[in-house]
Design a protein around this ligand. Sequence first.
Ligand SMILES: *Cc1c(COP(=O)(O)O)cnc(C)c1O
Length: 366
Amino acid sequence: MNNENSFPLGKMSEGQKGFFELNDFVRNNIKSLKPYSSARDEFKGSDSNLIFLDANENPFENGVNRYPDPQQIKLKSLLSEIKGVSVKNILLGNGSDEVLDLIFRAFCEPNKDNIIILPPTYGMYKVLANINAVEIIKVQLGKNFQPQVQQILTASNGNSKLLFLCSPNNPTGNSFNKGKVETLINNFKGIVVIDEAYIDFSKEESWLCRLNEFSNLIVTQTLSKAYGMAGIRLGICYASTEIIKVLNTIKPPYNINELTQQRALDQLTISNIINSQVNSILKEREILIKNLKSIDFINTVHPTDANFVLVKVDDANKRYNQLIKKGIVVRNRTNQPLCKNCLRITVGTEEENRKLTKALKDMQGF
Ligand SMILES: *Cc1c(COP(=O)(O)O)cnc(C)c1O
């Protein structure tokens, strides 16, 4: 029992199909819902000779006078090509935050169900659980910030609907061990949400290529980090056709606005620029790590698979304030579990990282 790798793997292929019946997980009021049918849903035609008098729009063209495509077909098709996932397995949200909120609303009965999170982790899971009146069961990360598989499975019960695995994890930066994640997907009797906001900075492979193997798996990604589009708010949800269908029935009809769809299409077609930016950030990350290790009041530089580094300093509040005085803002995570005296530092441009390193050097001895 003390070796969590020895957890019995159950019968994998049949096992996971056997226990997971999606309909058992959809809230009753949602099961009977029909998606709101908007004007743009009821008539789909892109013939430019058509006269559209069905949505009470202003007829004078200015680029945004029409409602946006509620199914975002162009954008999903492009993402489908880039990610190798079928369009029917993709749902888009106004940031991952909306995607996550839709998942709560579809599967968690307020004041009855619970979710499992593994602190220290992304703060939004807790915020969304609280907004939706869903209980939170916390199972702290263990050694090397890895999930404690046995404890997680023991802590879950018949009302545990969602298990959030953030990998690479924010704020710790590490990826979760593949075997542990697989054991959790196969044995958690609910839906496992893997938040891959930082996957493009990781040497680990995305779980996307294994989506078809697991009917209880949701993978979320975002354009906010590696793709450099935090400002347009675009989150992506990948899951089985059945799960996507449920989420589609409850999403607001026009949740992705026209400007966001256009800009995402533009940026994604110049993916070579994004690749070179990611490579530059990865190169800078290594230089930054080396420099951080040379600072005498930094006790630990945690390994990272993301575009940030978690460091343990002598006194996080003091160092945080000293950096602010020097015009540099980092994230003080000292109040998070397992993060006493830790600062989370985003990898910036070469110049920004150089200024940070100089500021830290100048703070030594003070
Ligand atoms: C930044 C981040 C996101 C991104 O959220 P958006 O709403 O898409 O900007 C999602 N998950 C984690 C863990 C993050 O750190």
